[in-house]
Design a protein around this ligand. Structure first.
Ligand code: TRP
Ligand code: ZN
Length: 865
């Protein structure tokens, strides 16, 4: 593989030599030998004599006919080349594929007893030879034939137009999708499912059939997904004016899936994790994520499907925008502040880490070897931040005008990120020239702010400087258009008014902002709502942060001030620990935590978020060189100090907020969230009465959120009751992989010294499977990405373990392997001993002659640094 791994460049884009306007697929399903006949109408584009070149992988080619005649052809590097074709012709290609052998879960594969497909980004070429690129839009019909007893349900995109039985026990169904689409949106499903049916009436009065397919026996876990779908459809009409366009919308849940879900036109395929839920088996977070992902895939119908990407470098065109839309959906339906806090944590943690590592890339990458490697936090989450900045700069009204222009201009087309920004600029009249740089530039910009108070002239002045440090992929950086939202408060936390609450457009490398009429030095809330994905440097006095924590009008600012204050003490204490001094925490800080905890006016989930100490991985982002041991020690110290000093408050708040009977309401979700935080602190104290509380919480729980809160707490405090809980849980859920993932994750994040041994032994657990991406992520992924203290063990055992797992997955599932490798790529950030151990494992991988393209791209970039 390494020999032929080639880089592709964004600027090398060329319009296709041929287009396919219509394709009729005839697919006869069989576990090991599926027959695919593709009949396409192909047309030459432009004035040239080039050969027709089609992509194909892992296909057995049976025949090729041009206008019903056999022709000569060549297969060159996985491409089918036909010379001297007419300008317009019918192309008929017969191929065979082996779905049962497809463990990569790309193309057509078996998930349990069902057949399903995953074609994004370049999986369609594993089904037939085709122009597998998103700017070739064709009308599809799909005829599926399969054994009727084993596969009574046969699905594809669009509307069902015909069906029938054959005499040999098989049956067939034909589907037609009226909307031209790129092949990455093609889908096929065959199996035996339970189906939940419903309808939705659009704002123009059309009735849409909704069908949700789940494994037999799972209907009682499908209702939340269906109601999420209806909420998504209603929300997109209300907020974006966008209506569904087909008469039927189908969702299928499958157990084996590389990612979250896929927006195939009219036939979404979902990882069962983002469909199935009831209160006994799913946590509040699971419910939230289901609503979010159902929304995300539904919103793609316009932002992705009706208007798609010209080429894969433009991926953020659909993903950044659709993540922005799903975040807005969640925020309109739930708590805006809490949503913002959780999304900002992802940017400041793993996204900043990605931007500082060897895979750093702009939201619109310039060079790609394996496209699957670019479904990243940068393209998705930072991409959404870029859309959010546009929204902040334009305001909702002009932003929506921009959306309307974008849709009316480009409906039915495959376009670029530039086309999107142009529509926003044309509709708003706001010059976005400098803003476009966000699409081109990688790395995390730093906003350095200093302030000055001129008492004589009653002036408060802010000096703002921006710069972006060089990244692995780009040395030179330029100035960006950064919307900086800020507000002023007086020394007691009084709001100074709307005239002092504004968004400043930072468009130069240095800018000063003056505020007049200041009788005293104000307290400034900077980067409100995280108005740009940047690192803020400002020398806040503790006192100012305490004022913002307690008095800001914005819940986000309160949380952010608490984080900034905590971060100061994290930095200071890590330094102390490294100098062999004891860590310490000022009493004033602990007092403020006590006040927050007792505050009856605050949203309970805000309290929970404020009381949570940042994870070790997000703490790591505060440092250039990561000292995992010092970070672990400091985090334990801070948690333990708060746990000990505020023990009685935790017990009190725990008792006040414990819910009686499970209800999935905002209020109760927030209470359970706060209760779980309290419980963890109580467990850290861990005397007999505390253990009793944790144990009682477990035994009285009537829902998965509370069950896991107790287990999590017991793990955190390393309480003896944990053993018994783990056994009870295992006995009850061992046949349910999705639920067992919680059990695997819990053990993978254990701080105990034998954690890795336990993880290794769990590889042989009957509920575990190396074939199932969810299991792999829960056990191996969690251990390596969420347990830095044990993964980075100084003997290198964690690194060797991960490399051995990757060796195994390199062939069976390169996509998942390539996601799991992330923690190893960051070796530059560690001490020399760890660096060399990590590098050694990467070198072992790179020495493999058969390394997948996915891993090759990342390993070689990491080692090239
Ligand atoms: N387009 C999908 C989404 O964001 C992402 C996706 C699903 C995907 N499955 C995939 C991307 C497999 C690459 C490979 O909703
Ligand atoms: Zn998406």
């Amino acid at each position: 593989m390494t020999g032929i791994a080639k880089e592709k460049y964004r600027l090398a884009y060329k319009t296709p030599d041929f287009v396919i306007e219509q394709i009729d697929l005839d697919i006869s399903l069989n576990e090991t030998c599926t027959q695919v006949t593709a009949t396409s109408l192909v047309k030459r584009q432009g004035d040239h004599k080039n050969s027709l070149v089609l992509d194909g992988e892992e296909l057995t080619l049976i025949s090729v006919l041009v206008d019903k005649n056999a022709v000569s052809y060549r297969i060159e590097n996985n491409q089918l080349c036909i010379d001297n074709v007419p300008d317009s012709f019918e192309l008929k290609i017969e191929t065979q594929i082996n779905p049962a052998a497809n463990s990569a879960l790309e193309g057509l594969y078996k998930s349990g007893n069902a057949f399903c497909t995953q074609c994004e980004a370049e999986g369609f070429r594993r089904i037939t030879y085709y122009l597998d690129r998103p700017d070739v839009l064709a009308r599809f019909t799909t005829r599926i034939t399969a054994d009727k007893a084993a596969y009574p349900i046969l699905l594809s995109n669009g509307n069902r137009i015909a069906a029938g039985d054959n005499t040999d026990g098989t049956h067939w169904v034909q589907w037609r999708d009226p909307f031209p689409k790129p092949c990455y949106l093609f889908a096929l499903v065959a199996g035996d499912f339970d189906v939940l049916k419903d309808t939705f009436t659009t704002k123009s009065g059309r009735t849409v059939q909704l069908e949700l397919f789940v494994d037999k026996g799972n209907l009682n876990r499908s209702y939340h997904a269906m109601s999420s779908l209806k909420k998504s459809m209603a929300w997109d009409e209300q907020r974006f004016g966008l209506e569904y366009d087909l008469d039927i919308y189908m969702i299928v849940a499958v157990d084996f899936f590389n990612m979250g879900a896929m927006e195939n036109k009219g036939l979404n395929i979902f990882n069962a994790k983002f469909v199935l839920a009831n209160s006994e088996s799913a946590t509040d977070t699971d419910y939230f994520d289901i609503e979010r992902v159902i929304g995300h895939e539904y919103f793609h119908n316009w932002t992705g499907n009706r208007i798609t990407c010209r080429d894969w470098f433009q991926l953020s065109l659909k993903e950044g925008l659709t993540v922005f839309r799903d975040q807005e959906f969640s925020s309109d339906l739930g708590s805006r502040a809490i949503n913002r806090i959780r999304n900002v944590k992802i940017i400041r943690g793993p996204q900043f880490a990605e931007d500082a590592g060897p895979m750093s890339h702009p939201i619109r990458p310039d060079v790609v070897m394996e496209m699957n490697n670019f479904y990243t936090l940068t393209v998705y989450e930072k991409g959404s931040e870029v859309i959010r900045m546009l929204h902040t700069i334009l305001g909702e009204e002009r932003f929506q005008a921009g959306m309307r222009l974008y849709v009316s201009r480009h409906d039915g087309q495959a376009v670029t990120c530039d086309d999107f920004v142009q529509a926003m600029q044309d509709a708003s009249g706001i010059d976005l020239t400098r803003f476009r740089q966000w699409y081109a530039q990688s790395g995390t910009p730093v906003l350095n702010v200093t302030d000055e108070f001129d008492a004589a002239n009653q002036k408060y002045i802010l000096h703002v400087k921006q710069h972006t440090p060089p990244t692995a992929d780009q040395k030179e950086k330029s100035v960006l258009h950064i919307p900086l939202s800020l507000a002023l408060y007086d020394q007691k936390g009084g709001y100074l008014g709307d005239q002092y609450d504004q968004v400043i457009n930072i468009c130069q490398d240095q800018q000063s902002i003056e505020f007049n009429g200041m009788t005293e030095k104000p307290v400034v809330a900077l980067l409100q709502d995280f108005s740009a994905p940047v690192k803020l440097e400002f020398d806040y006095a503790d006192q100012d942060l305490l004022v913002l924590m307690q008095h800001s009008r914005s819940a986000f600012t309160r949380w952010d001030a608490a984080q900034t204050l905590l971060n100061k003490y994290i930095r200071m204490n890590v330094e102390r620990v490294r100098n062999l001094q004891k860590p310490e925490l000022p009493a004033a800080l602990v007092d403020v935590f006590a006040e927050i905890l007792r505050d009856q006016t605050l949203d309970k989930s805000l309290i929970a978020e404020m009381m949570r100490i940042p994870s070790e991985t997000s703490m790591a982002e505060l440092f250039d060189e990561i000292d995992v041991d010092a970070i672990h020690e400091v985090r334990c110290f801070i948690e333990q100090s708060i746990a000990t000093q505020l023990h009685d408050v935790f017990v009190e708040v725990y008792q006040q907020n414990k819910t009686i009977q499970y209800q999935l309401t905002q209020t109760d979700i927030a209470k359970r969230d706060l209760v779980s935080v309290c419980l963890a602190y109580i467990a850290l104290n861990g005397n007999e009465a505390d253990q009793q509380i944790v144990s009682a919480h477990f035994h009285s729980a009537d829902n998965m959120t509370d069950v896991l809160a107790a287990m999590q707490a017991a793990k955190q405090g390393q309480l003896p009751v944990l053993q018994e809980m783990m056994h009870a849980f295992e006995a009850k859920w061992q046949h349910d992989g999705l639920v067992m993932d919680n059990w695997f994750r819990l053990q993978a994040t254990s701080p105990a010294a034998d954690c890795l041994d336990v993880v290794k032994s769990l590889l042989k657990h009957p509920s575990f499977s190396m074939q199932n991406p969810n299991r792999l992520r829960a056990l191996i992924g969690t251990f390596s990405a969420a347990n830095p203290y044990r993964f980075h063990a100084i003997d290198g055992s964690g690194y060797t373990f991960l490399r051995e797992m990757l060796d195994e997955l390199n062939h069976s599932n390169p996509q998942v392997a390539s996601r799991l490798i992330t923690p190893l790529l960051q070796f530059k950030r560690f001490d020399p001993t760890r660096q060399s151990l990590m590098k050694q494992e990467l070198k072992r991988l790179s020495a493999r002659p058969d390394l997948s393209r996915d891993l090759f791209e990342k390993v070689s970039k990491a080692l090239a640094q």
